[in-house]
Design a protein around this ligand. Structure first.
Ligand code: B12
Ligand code: SF4
Ligand code: SF4
Length: 362
């Protein structure tokens, strides 16, 4: 059966595939509880730990997991355009959730030519911990940046799997220390999110900051640079990705640049038309717009002062307070005069935030 599964995968061009019989991940329970107690979990994860560790809660007939690593990012170099906002590589082209999900279904159909079975495709949004599911299927090992790194493809692999009721033999993962004495990602992370011992504090991670609806502390905003969605730094610097990144690029990555001025004035409809098919767009226009205001401040784009100032009239308090921060970054004396003037008619919450910003070291 294992041979049939792997041959079906190869016919579909899938090179990174592994099979696991692990259905119980309770070896992670203590780690997950302690992480939660330390406040190291985040709102993008399933909060119910039991749902994370017992895969049979999700698929009661589970016997075998067919795990796949879908490579991306070959030959990637940051596209030129320093005054643009930047999306992470996972937002390049069509949303990978859709394409990967269809690929998993195609694989299941291909295997069904030989055997009738039940399956559930999972990509990113399942309560299970994809990295651990795929590690135990032999797809790779953890790097200090917390990502699953495959021996051939590096860490630029999306992870997905089919939960199935197939009976077959598992692959045996080869556990090894892949980082050794390297700590390049630890040193390169803009907000010191990666621990020297390995693992990350998600709430310091720029990728998290670009996605969260929570308030972003002012010192963290400076670390976000010009990121509009996601962050790739700990992967781009990783020596284990060198071979993939040094390959010749077959794709044009310029769709990762975001016109900041356009984003500020875009309607919801225009946003969905332009970015709706991209992986990062689920967060919505206003979060991207907030990140654009942070980027404009960090890039110190004086030519956009008036555009940012116009956002002080936005109907969203969130947009107003990030516009205020951005103006102070671009031109503090001018921004201070404008904000003091606006204090006269702002509501209590916005007024409080403006006063805090006016007193802060920006
Ligand atoms: C929540 C989430 C986030 C959060 C938290 C990230 C994180 N590191 O967990 C935020 C928003 C920050 C995030 C960011 C990104 N994410 Co994300 N994310 C998820 C999600 C939905 C859940 C992950 C989770 O539960 N983490 C919590 C805990 C359990 O993980 P952990 O703290 O890293 O701990 C594990 C290991 O790191 C390890 N570990 C912990 N400590 C130590 C210490 C040592 C020494 C070692 C060796 C190991 C180790 O053991 C733990 C058990 O597995 C998964 C999809 C899913 N359903 O699983 C995608 C997922 C992890 N994300 C993914 C991606 C691509 C990204 C980004 C690259 C996107 C981007 N370009 O911005 C960044 C990478 C940031 C980073 N360095 O991790 C991929 C990762 C693919 C891969 N090759 O590993 C996933 C698997 C989605 C997918 N299906 O492809 N993400
Ligand atoms: S994605 Fe960026 S911010 Fe997050 S851990 Fe990696 S380098 Fe640090
Ligand atoms: S940069 Fe170095 S320490 Fe970080 S994941 Fe890659 S090999 Fe490991």
């Amino acid at each position: 059966m294992k041979k049939i599964i792997k041959e079906a995968a190869h016919r579909l061009g899938i090179e990174t595939i592994g099979i696991s019989r692990v259905t119980d991940f309770s070896h992670l329970e203590e780690f997950l509880i302690s992480r939660k107690n330390k406040g190291l979990d985040c709102e993008f994860e399933e909060r119910d730990i039991k749902k994370r560790i017992y895969a049979k809660n999700l698929f009661p007939d589970l016997r075998t997991i067919i795990a796949i690593g879908l490579p991306y990012g070959e030959g990637y170099k940051t596209p030129p355009g320093g005054n643009f906002g930047l999306l992470s590589l996972s937002s390049h082209g069509e949303d990978y959730h859709r394409t990967f999900n269809s690929l998993l279904i195609k694989l299941a159909e291909e295997i069904r030519h030989h055997l009738a079975f039940k399956f559930l495709p999972c990509v990113d949004t399942s309560p299970l911990i994809d990295k651990e599911v795929c590690r135990l299927a032999g797809l790779g090992n953890y790097g200090k940046n917390s990502l699953l790194i495959n021996d051939d493809k590096g860490s630029f692999i999306y992870l997905g799997y089919l939960l199935t009721d197939i009976e077959t033999e598992a692959d045996i993962p080869i556990e090894k220390d892949i980082c050794g004495t390297c700590s390049i990602c630890v040193k390169s992370c803009p907000n010191r999110a990666i621990s020297e011992r390995g693992g990350i504090d998600p709430k310091r991670c720029v990728s998290y900051l670009t996605q969260t609806k929570n308030y972003i502390p002012t010192d963290y905003r400076e670390k976000m640079g010009r990121q509009i969605y996601g962050c790739d730094i700990c992967q781009v610097v990783c020596p284990l990705n060198k071979d993939v990144l040094n390959k010749e690029a077959k794709e044009d990555y310029s769709d990762l640049l975001v016109d900041l001025k356009e984003l500020l004035i875009m309607s919801n409809k225009a946003f969905m038309n332009k970015y709706g098919h991209r992986a990062g767009s689920w967060r919505g226009r206003n979060i991207w717009k907030r990140n654009a205001l942070i980027s404009i401040g960090n890039l110190n784009l004086a030519s956009m002062f008036q555009d940012v100032k116009a956002e002080l009239q936005n109907s969203s308090d969130m947009i107003k307070i990030y516009a205020a921060w951005s103006l102070l970054k671009i031109n503090k004396p001018r921004a201070r005069d404008i904000l003091y003037e606006n204090l006269k008619y702002e509501n209590v919450d916005v007024k409080k935030e403006y006063l805090k910003l006016l007193e802060a070291e920006i």
